[in-house]
Design a protein around this ligand. Structure first.
Ligand code: SF4
Length: 318
């Protein structure tokens, strides 16, 4: 759990912002601990969260949102985090990007670490004519540049999500190499590194993590291209029948046989198109790397580092 702008991997206030606390609050105040974003979903990963007076506050604030506005900013008040989520939802802002943007404001001394009310006040400026709000609205990299911050967790100018790449290297390789920038959903190595779903690869060591990231990037591109919710990927990874079943779904849709090889090929082609787009937009292999501080600082409590070269990381690309 990246803490204080990726300085540590452990947050003392974690229990106060945990899923258990969230569920207990919902049970006490009303709301829903399960909620589907569309009809027919049997997973129902979302929730409806009320304030302490039992009034609707927000919907579907997830691990990444709670991490970003919580541990990464040293904020341990779940209701403040829920309010930050609501503010972002109402303005159409991505919570990972804005949480990292607020970390830049903390690095610059505009907000004190851990000051949830201070974050809410700054977030409220986005979308108004306030000069700081205009800076924040451009995201993490822009805000860091404006304030002269040099500890900037972005890849290809996209802010990092809720898994430290030094300790969860499978997803770290994805952050560095996916055409979209630091996107955990583009190849969720957390599966094999932490959840042990679809394999068991040590996230602290380099061995095997380029391979899992590459395979996951291909599979994810195929799942995304089909318009399926990414959470089906867990079923696909955990059961040998998963991928053939997806190919059968496509066969049923198009009315002719569609093979597993074609499905995998679709994922590969999708990534190739994206890489080609990036190349023509001016990105080079040197952009497939994490920010420098990950390479120079070890992450406590396990004191793991990041020592992949950009050349090594090319093997994760199709
Ligand atoms: S994101 Fe996926 S798992 Fe979550 S509620 Fe929507 S369809 Fe269901």
């Amino acid at each position: 759990m990246p803490t204080k702008n990726f300085r540590m991997g452990k947050f003392d206030g974690a229990e106060k912002i945990s899923g258990e606390t969230l569920a207990a609050n919902i049970e006490k105040r009303g709301g829903k601990t399960k909620h589907g974003c569309h009809t027919g979903c049997i997973i129902q990963c979302s929730q409806v969260y009320h304030d302490k007076d039992g009034k609707y506050l927000t919907t579907g604030f997830e691990y990444e949102t709670i991490w970003g506005f919580g541990a990464d900013l040293l904020v341990d008040n779940l209701d403040d985090i829920a309010n930050m989520d609501r503010t972002c939802d109402e303005a159409g802002m991505d919570t990972i990007e804005m949480a990292n943007t607020m970390a830049m404001a903390m690095e610059a001394g505009i907000i004190a670490w851990g000051d949830g009310k201070g974050v809410l006040a700054e977030l409220a400026k986005v979308g108004t004519k306030d000069p700081l709000g205009r800076i924040y609205g451009n995201g993490t990299a822009y805000t860091a540049q404006a304030f002269g911050v040099d500890r900037v967790p972005v890849v290809k100018n996209q802010a990092l999500p809720a898994y430290d790449p030094r300790a969860v290297k499978g997803v770290g390789v994805t952050y560095a190499t996916t055409p979209m920038g630091a996107d955990h959903t583009a190849g969720y190595g957390v599966c094999q590194n932490v959840l042990k779903c679809g394999g068991d690869v040590d996230g602290h060591k380099k061995e095997g993590n380029i391979e899992i990231s590459k395979n996951l990037q291909v599979a994810t591109a195929a799942v995304d291209s089909l318009g399926l919710c990414l959470f089906v990927a867990f079923a696909v990874l955990d059961d040998a029948r998963g991928v053939p079943c997806m190919a059968k779904l496509v066969s049923g849709l198009i009315g002719k046989d569609y093979s597993v090889d074609e499905l995998v090929g679709m994922g590969v082609n999708c990534l190739k198109d994206e890489l080609d787009f990036n190349k023509r937009a001016g990105f080079t292999d040197a952009d497939d790397q994490l920010p420098r501080f990950f390479q120079t600082e070890l992450l406590p409590p396990h004191n793991v580092g990041w020592d992949y070269t950009a050349e090594e990381l090319q093997a994760a690309k199709v």
